[in-house]
Write a protein that binds this ligand. Sequence first.
Ligand code: SF4
Length: 356
Amino acid sequence: MINYRKILNNILMGKRLDKKDALTLYQEAPLPELGDTANQISGRFNKTGFSTFVIDRNINYTNICQTQCKFCAFYRKTDSPDAYVLSSEEILRKVEEAYNAGATQIMLQGGLNPDLPFDYYIDILKKIKSKFRIYIHSFSPPEIIHFTKISNFSIPMVLNKLKDAGLDSIPGGGAEILVDHVRKTISPKKISGTEWLGVMEQAHNAGFKTTATMMMGSVENFGDRIMHMEFIRSLQDKTSGFRAFIPWTFQPGFTELGGTKNSRYDYLKTLAISRLFLDNIINIQGSWVTQGKDIGQLSLWFGANDLGSIMLEENVVKAAGTSYQITRNEIIQLIRDASKIPAERNTEYNIIKIFN
Ligand code: SF4
């Protein structure tokens, strides 16, 4: 039997995919067969058969960032004419708009701004929670490490203070590729892969659920992507704290790193391999935000069971010149047209409404 077929059969029989076989799949397996196996495995995780989405608003409280990642088109220097910091009033207004539009989740994410005190974040969380019944899924590991520096608190202390102020869960941003030689090239001033994993482990230990992301298509190779998944799978074996894995593609527009977008073929292949490799993470998210609606739709047949958020506001990918938008009705139709059953979920992946 051809080598890749044997590997796919072994996965279907319950064997854990190792790094060597994952590389063979990258090098040899045709996309349709990978997608078919990923879709079968996805069906085993997702017994309801629903393809889900969540309604949220991504509020980027500041674009001033001292980390200046080479792949990022969003950040600005403090003295830049379009640098900004949102006041708590502006943030509350955005939360109110989102809440009135049916959002169940708010994501606060922003640059690592040296001029904002830790109390700025605590104050915002408290104000949101005092006014709205909404889930706050915010502050990825680079922000958490930044908070330790501006507050002089340890990671567990920062996490506890954020939790007491109203933070519910933590997004997996800032992971990119957790292999340090890649990070040194694309984001030399950013936290290391070990630090990212350390924050996630401590967050899981503190009772937070989180997600994990992967940004593919910058300077990494297939082996680096597999190593990235291995780091996440190992931590999940220990903590079971990741709710979802979200692979997305580098958007080179207006970035220092530049280059070209990686192919949709490569995206779908990596998505399928991630479904096969991450045998301990229930949800895999398709990225219509970076891939557009058509590939987002197709992702539901390549291992994704979820399309993430319809995003009432998105600024980071848009800053790199990629701007796809979708309404609640459009995403429902998109999922229906893919012959799947749409359902709205909350951040905890509980189903809120099924659209038969
Ligand atoms: S990716 Fe995040 S940490 Fe890096 S420059 Fe952009 S905003 Fe700053």
